[in-house]
Ligand binder design. Structure first.
Ligand SMILES: Cc1cc2nc3c(=O)[nH]c(=O)nc-3n(C[C@H](O)[C@H](O)[C@H](O)COP(=O)(O)OP(=O)(O)OC[C@H]3O[C@@H](n4cnc5c(N)ncnc54)[C@H](O)[C@@H]3O)c2cc1C
Ligand SMILES: NC(=O)c1ccc[n+]([C@@H]2O[C@H](COP(=O)([O-])OP(=O)(O)OC[C@H]3O[C@@H](n4cnc5c(N)ncnc54)[C@H](O)[C@@H]3O)[C@@H](O)[C@H]2O)c1
Length: 473
């Protein structure tokens, strides 16, 4: 057994682990970053970047069907192999390559390859032949797709986000299991690329949105284009010459049975913490196996242990992984003195068409607080020009101060209004302050202005009569 003694160990070389590495390596040479599996990060290899490359190809395919409206009839066809080849080329040469270049420059004695697991507090076994003793350890081990047992009989046809981008060609048909962000982004893209696509949800809701109107509108708009069974349960799967069969019971008790070329399981991700042997590390674990930590320091209890990124199960998006890696590193460097960092307001964007975005506090999180809701269909003159008028938008204001607390959006390129709102929320701005800025005509930002004006009207109404209280219900 080879042994190593270091001050800092980082488990995982993804976005959060590399962020932690960049901080700690500036201060000391006594560190090691342990990586199981390929370098390159989940985001670049199998996450954000390949999914967005696929969606962009799908947008172009969609234009073929929609440009006739503008008097510009288009013809063309999707060449699945080329779509996937281009996706991998761009992904590997532009995004993964940049990560690998960075990793290549890391000194060899700072890198260790193999799966790490705890064998005692501060003691890690890496593979079977190396033992690392570290004073401070950062858990940046990410997550993996969850696959329910019910799919065991059809595993040879099951895809996840880890494998779908490696397909040589697009499948003829696909069942997409789940109605979360991966299912909706990839399901819609595959549909637009000509794959016969059916989505199977469980709860009947798109859970990122929390206001019932927003949830209903999102499902209506997406179900207009896509074949969706929103609520029910996959009872059984099996395989024969026709493909992989799914027997699904809808919430109303009706059963649907259908065969597919492939099944994309997008039913959430599980933290890789469960493979770390945390029971040997003296860590405080919740009933569901999550680790308790302080989000301002990323420290786990009073231990010299820190957590970052998707390993936490909380806010599993790229910019949070990036921030958390750095917060964890700073607190490891200053251990035992905490250096708490204020967290940014939450921001989540689904790259569907129309897009879904949630910024700041959701409607559900604001329950019990006196708020007014500014809301309008997602349809400014600019959206009419684009022929993109589907969707709805809500902004939540503190009823007394007019401070913008949060928003839920469903609309074409909502990501841009979402970022403007994120800026306003970050700086604690009121609706009135945002309305002071110039807004060009015709622009999508006019919609933001109109929704804020609507919210302000409701605030005035709220101040003058009890009837207005209902507007926050
Ligand atoms: C399909 C998809 C699309 C996405 N799209 C977006 C998007 O558009 N925008 C966005 O903000 N976010 C998106 N995300 C989320 C984003 O990719 C993640 O939040 C981010 O990559 C998490 O980084 P991380 O460092 O926590 O984990 P990772 O990058 O997964 O790094 C963890 C690393 O640790 C390694 N590891 C695990 N266990 C061990 C062990 N025991 N020992 C050693 N190494 C170990 C893993 O192999 C992995 O390489 C997407 C995710 C997916 C799956
Ligand atoms: N645009 C983005 O930022 C982006 C894009 C892709 C992925 N991601 C990240 O990846 C993570 C994982 O995405 P995801 O879509 O897998 O998870 P998710 O948690 O967003 O959604 C999982 C969905 O699967 C459903 N589900 C669970 N079990 C089911 C079952 N047995 N049958 C049918 N449905 C079932 C859930 O009800 C839910 O709708 C996300 O939390 C997100 O942070 C982000």
């Amino acid at each position: 057994m080879k042994t190593m003694k270091v001050e800092y160990a980082i488990i995982g070389a993804g976005t959060s682990g590399l962020g932690a590495y960049s901080r700690i390596s500036r201060q000391t040479d006594s560190l090691v970053m342990i990586q199981d599996g390929p370098y390159g990060t989940t985001c670049a290899r199998v996450g954000c970047m390949p999914s967005k490359l696929l969606i962009t190809a799908a947008d172009h395919a969609h234009d073929l069907h929609t440009s006739d409206f503008f008097g510009v009839p288009a013809s063309g066809q999707v060449e699945g192999r080329r779509v996937l080849e281009r996706l991998r080329r761009e992904r590997d040469h532009r995004f993964v390559a940049r990560n690998l270049d960075y990793v290549d420059k890391i000194p060899a004695h700072h890198k260790l390859e193999g799966r790490a697991r705890f064998v005692g507090p501060g003691r890690l076994r890496v593979g079977e032949s190396v033992e690392v003793t570290a004073e401070k350890i950062i858990l940046a081990c990410g997550s993996r797709p969850a696959i329910d047992e019910v799919f065991a009989p059809v595993m040879s046809r099951v895809l996840t986000s880890d494998t779908i981008f490696e397909l040589e060609d697009l499948p003829r048909s696909i069942a997409v299991i789940g109605m979360g962000v991966i299912a909706l982004e990839l399901g819609q893209a595959l549909h637009r690329l000509g794959v016969d696509t059916t989505l199977y949800g469980r709860s009947g809701k798109i859970n990122a949105l929390t206001h019932p109107t927003m949830q209903r509108q999102a499902l209506d708009v997406l179900a207009d284009e896509l074949e969706i069974h929103p609520s029910g349960q996959v009872l059984r799967t099996w395989e024969d010459g026709e493909g992989a069969w799914i027997e699904y019971e809808q919430a109303n008790g009706q059963r649907v049975t259908q065969a597919f070329d492939r099944i994309l399981v997008a039913t959430g991700r599980v933290s890789n913490l469960d493979r770390l042997g945390l029971e040997h590390a003296g860590v405080d674990v919740t009933e569901s196996g999550a680790v308790r930590f302080d989000p301002h320091t990323m420290r786990c209890g009073n231990l010299p242990l820190f957590i970052a990124g998707d390993a936490t199960d909380d806010l599993p998006v790229w910019h949070e992984a990036y921030d958390e890696g750095r917060i964890a590193a700073d607190n490891a460097l200053h251990y035992p003195d905490p250096t708490p960092t204020a967290r940014r307001p939450p921001l989540m964007v689904f790259f569907t068409d129309p897009q879904i975005a949630v910024i700041g506090q959701s409607f559900q999180q604001l329950q019990g607080r006196e708020i007014v809701i500014g809301e309008l269909p997602f349809a400014s003159p600019r959206h009419v020009v684009w022929n993109k008028v589907q969707g709805h938008m809500q902004i939540y204001l503190d009823a007394r101060s007019g401070v913008i607390l949060g928003a839920e959006l469903l609309g074409y390129q909502a990501e841009h209004l979402a970022h403007l709102l994120a800026l306003a929320i970050t700086h604690g701005m009121t609706a009135e302050q945002v309305l002071d800025m110039p807004i060009y005509h015709p622009s999508a930002e006019e919609l933001l202005r109109d929704v804020l004006i609507d919210a302000q009207k409701k605030r005035r109404h709220h101040a003058t009569g009890p009837a207005a209280l209902a507007s926050s219900a």
